[in-house]
Design a protein around this ligand. Structure first.
Ligand code: 5CA
Length: 437
């Protein structure tokens, strides 16, 4: 992408409405634009990152044996009356009336809708288990939307739902999602710690929140220090195997959110106790037959008897994650994207646009990076060098190749790593080779 053509409305000044760094940087880097309180448009670069995050979530769901479908955002109220949640959900639910005076709602979550789909199509125990997910916008009329995409009213969620014949089967689905979540967040460079959590309006008695530690996090959390050192990507995961030992290892050490915190238990940890703030990036629930019974979604069991499937639901805050990643990866100059979610693989910075030699070197690098699938951003605007550097650091592309007239004369470019700030003078060919190796 050429910067001269790109719709990237960066801001020089800090927007006054943003209280936390990720919100400030998302606005300054031209990633989002507020449309009304807690509702955002995703501008081209913001959308690129959102899609990358979404794709990692998708790949790990697929790897864990979860099947993707897509449910609508607008739901009929009747299903929620069946489950009994229509009244429970209160003012957070956006209620809509269509032209035929039918009551509808903008889905805050999808337990009812998925249970209706399964009820309609799955009649026999032989068709179980099923593990289904979608990635869809949700609406919750949060009383205090804040911190940009962190607590929005409209937000993108990945939600999965499991249906099993037995408790053991449901536990197995829960464990698979537990491990898939650890992998998902680790691939984004995040250390997410599963913590015992409250179930709120979703219900059930087994639940973990996945929390990344951040000073700006909304929840107070407590955990054993050693959990911060566990490495999940180092483990080879076989989703057909029994994952209980992996889950036991993670849940064997103390970790709890505020609501589930037990002072006496935590005190036993002594110096090993970490008391910090955290951002909830995922939340998993086992709630047994709560919805299958209420909505009469029964299957015929092996002996012809009526069985209500054991269910669980598993959410990831996809749009919240974009903010969460920035909270974890930034410095005074701007965003420092982990490579796995970076909007561009590398940037080519032409310090003297219009200079025949600089243009030739840059054009060539740009074409070759494109051909290699690096998805480069080409800073080809007619701007001061200082402004180009500042914008590029703000945007946070992991690698920068800086091309200036002096270097070109000596046959070198500057190869800069955004995270470490390290710069090297090497040939354009070597820079290319580093990125395509
Ligand atoms: N049905 C269950 C699991 S699918 C559910 O809705 N769980 S939840 O309420 O915990 O939401 C799942 C995830 O969505 C949360 O862990 C959080 O990361 C994200 N989320 C929830 N509310 C918001 C919000 N207002 N803004 C941004 N992300 C949110």
């Amino acid at each position: 992408m050429r910067m001269s053509q790109y719709f990237l409305p960066t801001l020089k000044e800090d927007p006054s409405e943003a209280q936390i760094v990720s919100h400030r940087l998302m606005l300054r880097a031209g990633m989002i634009r507020q449309s009304s309180a807690g509702i955002y448009s995703w501008l081209p670069m913001g959308l690129k990152v959102l899609r990358k995050v979404e794709q990692i979530v998708r790949e790990e769901q697929d790897a864990a044996g979860c099947q993707e479908l897509l449910m609508p955002t607008i739901q009929p109220v009747e299903l929620w009356q069946e489950s009994g949640r229509y009244d429970d959900y209160g003012a957070e639910m956006l209620r809509i009336r269509d032209r035929h005076d039918r009551d509808m709602l903008y889905g805050p979550t999808n337990e009812e809708l998925i249970t209706e789909i399964v009820r309609a199509h799955i009649r026999s125990y032989k068709d179980l288990p099923k593990l289904l997910y979608h990635i869809q916008w949700k609406f919750r009329d949060e009383i205090r939307p804040r911190f940009g995409v962190m607590r929005g009213r409209e937000f993108l969620m990945k939600d999965s739902y499991s249906f099993d014949l037995t408790y053991e089967g449901a536990r197995d689905a829960y464990n698979r999602m537990f491990v898939a979540y650890l992998r998902t967040f680790a691939r984004m460079g995040l250390k997410a710690i599963p913590m015992a959590a409250d179930t709120g309006p979703i219900g059930g008695d087994l639940s973990h929140e996945f929390i990344i530690l951040a000073e700006t996090g909304e929840s107070e959390v407590f955990c054993h220090r050693d959990l911060l050192e566990f490495d999940v990507l180092g483990e080879d995961v076989d989703y057909t195997a029994d994952l209980q030992p992996v889950v036991d290892r993670w849940t064997g050490l103390y970790a709890a959110t505020d609501e589930k915190h037990d002072e006496a238990e935590a005190a036993k940890l002594g110096d090993a106790l970490v008391n910090a703030r955290g951002i909830e990036v995922g939340h998993i629930f086992y709630f047994g037959t709560k919805y299958s019974k209420a909505m009469n979604a029964a299957v015929t069991g092996p002996d012809g008897e009526k069985v209500f499937p054991e269910m669980g639901s598993y959410g990831i805050g996809v749009s919240r994650l974009v903010g969460g990643i920035i909270e974890a990866y930034h410095d005074d100059n701007g965003i420092v994207w982990p490579e796995s979610v970076a909007p561009f693989g590398a940037a080519v910075i032409n310090l003297k646009t219009g200079d025949a030699e600089c243009d030739a070197v840059c054009d060539d690098l740009y074409a070759k990076l494109q051909a290699a699938g690096i998805d480069p951003l080409y800073e080809d605007r007619d701007e001061r060098a200082g402004a180009k550097f500042a914008d590029m650091d703000l945007i946070g592309v992991p690698w920068q190749i800086v091309v200036g007239p002096r270097g070109v004369k000596n046959g070198v470019v500057e190869f800069k790593n955004r995270a470490s700030g390290e710069r090297e003078e090497i040939s354009a060919e070597s820079a290319l080779a580093r990125l395509t190796a």
